[in-house]
Design a protein around this ligand. Structure first.
Ligand code: GTP
Ligand code: SPV
Ligand code: MN
Length: 581
């Protein structure tokens, strides 16, 4: 027995009896243990060594070509009542789901090692931190959990002291898409995942625990678990504002969180606290504060270069696990829009041929500890988190949504968040580029009924003393030829600056039916290749299109029936009326 916590040793024994592994390994979370994982995977072929002179400590993992993204159609929230999972989730009765999963797990670890991974989400010992234990038969998962979470002995000690933890059971199984399910039992604080080794499906601390299970807990406990980056913006006078921003998968969170100020913004500094998930609580003074439950990044590789994201580009030149990128003749990792080298071998290990599609998979990823990020904030470890000045929602939309607008108040802001719609990306299997509703960027991640979720969001108006301002951005608006109208990346700081000025009451706005928009003169375009006409286009609100959008939103809200808070419908009606006026 490796723990004094009876419930944990009982659970491990029970799982071992079911899955029948050859060996059991309790992870201690030490650097030596991580090195042993790497060595073992180099031996088994699960990892390929990259050029250690130019990419020290970097390795490539090629996943099964059928297992490269999240599988939303195979992801379920199994509450006792179907209505509690809501139309936003796939649902199965808990007993049926468990029965099916037990069938899959039966004997599935024969010949394999069962890893026990105690982990902590959030700064160790923080009142906001939460604990879990993942059992997995994947060494790749164990190594990624080492980079992504605070795992091993210190987490186990906290779990033993607390006496409780989230149970996550994972096996890669046969990697057969027909035998693949990601199951959540929020009422029992349990996760079961079978048949995939891919990030969001297999690193159970991330989307399964820190979003689906945590959002469910957060509702009953009065806090928020969100698909948001956390970033600190320091102005030349040394004032720092913290923003939490929700954009759907592969829509720019990591890039915004690691932004490098443009040349012209001398004296500005940007600090990363988190790039994917924020847990937010009201403190004793009624101020919303955020912590990042994660300790590492699992980021989109394609598009990363010295111009778009120099911070990330440098960060992933050492101690990084790459998944599904291409390699050059010099054995360096390569991906689309990397501005140096060229691919020799594609992500599937074949000689590169453009006829086979992109060299790196569009959802190829890097895994790296957050400590490697040169702009990692020292406050990322602060147990009390950081105070949030503004919440930002955004989507990837070639039309309609302007570059930026501000909600009129909290309730209107909840409608703005609930109305997020975005083009689908390669982060999940299925068609790419289709606009779908993705409220608060949480469509794949909310562990309960969206109707109840919006009511929970609205409740903060009564409970908070100071509430963040709420904004909506769209970096992805395009011209008739499909070109992005806004340069994006580092230049997004110009838009963040307007938001902060709004929060500080330093700048006016145009009052529009959809919210407050910047006056064009208040968005600094100095030195940019953005003409006056382009900026006007970026800030245009087409009433006809917006009326259609609100009509579509009304239909969407209807699918949640009487779970939709009346307050949200009222906010919707107000915008409709303003658009008619
Ligand atoms: P997940 O990890 O899936 O949650 O994604 P994310 O939201 O962190 O997205 P990320 O920052 O990794 O960006 C995804 C893709 O969008 C990358 O290919 C980026 O190069 C691209 N991207 C990010 N920011 C911008 C931007 O401001 N403008 C444009 N045009 N593209 C961007
Ligand atoms: C996302 O898809 O939103 C991600 C990557 O952040 S994953 O961890 O696979 O969910
Ligand atoms: Mn994400």
């Amino acid at each position: 027995m490796n723990t004094r916590l009876q419930s944990l040793s009982d659970w491990v024994a029970e799982v071992a009896k079911l899955t029948q592994p050859d060996r059991i390994h309790w992870c201690d979370g030490s650097p030596a243990e991580y090195q042993s994982f790497i060595k073992q995977m180099l031996g088994s072929g699960d990892l390929i060594e990259l050029n250690q002179a130019s990419y020290p400590g970097c390795y490539l993992h090629r996943s099964d070509p059928n297992d490269v993204a999240r599988v939303e159609h195979l992801t379920y929230v199994c509450t006792s009542a179907k209505a509690d999972a809501g139309p936003n989730n796939h649902w199965m009765p808990p007993a049926e789901a468990k029965n099916m999963m037990h069938g899959f797990f039966d004997g599935c670890m024969k010949g394999r090692t069962l890893y026990v991974i105690p982990y902590c989400m959030g700064p160790l010992g923080s009142p906001y931190a939460r604990y879990g234990v993942e059992i997995t038969d994947s060494t790749y998962v164990a190594a990624n959990m080492y980079l992504m979470t605070r795992m091993g002995k210190p987490a186990l000690e906290q779990i033993e002291a607390a006496g409780s933890f989230i149970k996550g059971l994972h096996s890669i199984g046969e990697l057969d898409p027909e035998r693949r399910f990601i199951m959540h039992f929020p009422e029992e604080l349990t996760i079961m995942s079978y048949g995939s080794g891919y990030g969001g499906n297999a690193l159970l601390g991330k989307k399964c625990h820190a979003l689906r299970i945590a959002s469910y807990q957060a509702r009953t406990e009065g806090w928020l678990a969100e698909h948001m980056l956390i970033v600190g913006i320091e102005d030349p006078e040394g004032n720092t504002h913290y923003l939490a921003c929700a954009f759907p998968s592969a829509c720019g969170k990591t890039n915004l969180a690691m932004l490098i100020p443009p040349e012209r913004y001398k004296g500005w500094k940007v600090w990363t606290l988190g790039d994917d998930i924020a847990w937010m609580h009201l403190d004793a003074n009624g101020q919303l504060r955020a912590v990042n439950p994660e300790a590492g990044l699992f980021g989109v590789v394609p598009g990363t270069n010295r111009k778009t994201n120099p911070n990330a580009y440098d960060m992933i030149t050492r101690d990084t696990i790459f998944t599904n990128v291409a390699v050059t003749a010099d054995n360096e990792p390569w991906w689309e829009d990397k501005d140096v080298g060229k691919p020799a071998i594609d992500w599937q290990g074949r000689p590169y041929d453009s006829a086979n599609g992109p060299a790196a998979h569009p959802n190829s990823r890097f895994t790296v500890t957050a400590k490697n990020n040169p702009s990692y904030s020292s406050l990322a470890e602060a147990p009390e988190g950081v105070p949030i000045t503004a919440l930002v929602f955004g989507g990837r939309r070639r039309e309609l949504a302007p570059l930026v607008y501000q909600a009129k108040d909290w309730a209107h802001g909840v409608l703005v968040g609930a109305s997020v719609a975005s083009e689908t990306t390669a982060a999940a299997t299925g068609k790419v580029g289709v606009v779908r509703r993705d409220p608060m960027a949480m469509k794949p991640f909310c562990g309960y009924n969206f109707g109840d979720y919006w009511a929970h969001w609205l409740s903060f108006a009564d409970r908070a003393k100071t509430l963040p301002q709420i904004f909506h951005v769209n970096w992805f608006r395009r011209d008739a030829d499909g070109r992005f109208l806004w340069p994006g990346f580092g230049e997004n700081l110009r838009v963040l600056r307007w938001m902060i000025d709004r929060c500080e009451g330093r700048v006016g706005a145009q009052e529009m039916p959809i919210g407050h928009l910047p006056k064009p003169a208040d968005i600094d375009t100095t030195g940019l290749d953005v003409s006056k006409e382009t900026l006007e286009q970026l800030l245009a609100v087409d009433r006809g299109q917006w009326r259609e959008e609100l009509e579509h939103m009304a239909g969407y809200l209807k699918t949640f029936g009487d779970r939709v808070p009346k307050r949200l419908l009222d906010e919707h009606a107000k915008v409709v009326a303003a658009l008619k006026a």
